[in-house]
Design a protein around this ligand. Sequence first.
Ligand code: 3SL
Ligand code: MG
Length: 232
Amino acid sequence: MDVTTVASWQQLPRAAHLPGTVVVIDLLRATSTVVAALASGAREVVPVAEVAQAQECARPGDLLAGERGGLPIPGFDLSNSPREAHVAPLAGRRVILTTTNGTRAVRRAVRAGAQRILLTALLNVSATARAVEGTQRLTLLCAGTAGQASLDDLFCAGALLHRLAPREVDDLGLAARELYAAHRDHPVDYLSLCAHGRRLLQLGLVQDLEFCCREDALPLVAAYVDGSVGRA
Ligand code: 3SL
Ligand code: MG
């Protein structure tokens, strides 16, 4: 397995072609929310880039979810909180999700023609690791924040790499694996230091941060197929 790590979705050119498997990571909070929604029984989660697109593609019975600036979107049913998704009555429902970075990262992976697209968070990291074992070309597409690397996404990328035995890992992946190894015993304290962690704390969302750090609490594989994310 050869691993390439991309720090943010904006760093992947629109014309890029990604061979093999892509794992999209937005630990805080979009991929955590997707995993929590699927664990709650959601039939599928449709990741879209824009608020208007979400509204346009919603059919009767669908739920609208997402955030802008970390805050709920007026008129939507759910925010981008994995905690909220985990307790919401989602059984059999289709959830249309739009977020600032995470859902756009998924769209960029689709545009790049990846053969297989998985979404991971810490909540399902070991299940994702098992699902990508044997993959030859693996890209870890971090959502990032405002086009830059985000420590939370790198921490999650490191958690995934810690569970794999790749032949080649790029420097960003090596750094991610090392920071995970150094801080895996105190993830909440560590991720409270990073820009997005601080933002969540400012918004009073420390419990979301704690929820996102629950390693392997929701052991499912989240796969994007034909326009939506479901359980593989
Ligand atoms: O950027 C995103 O996609 C969001 O997950 C960010 S937030 O945690 O909802 O602020
Ligand atoms: Mg993020």
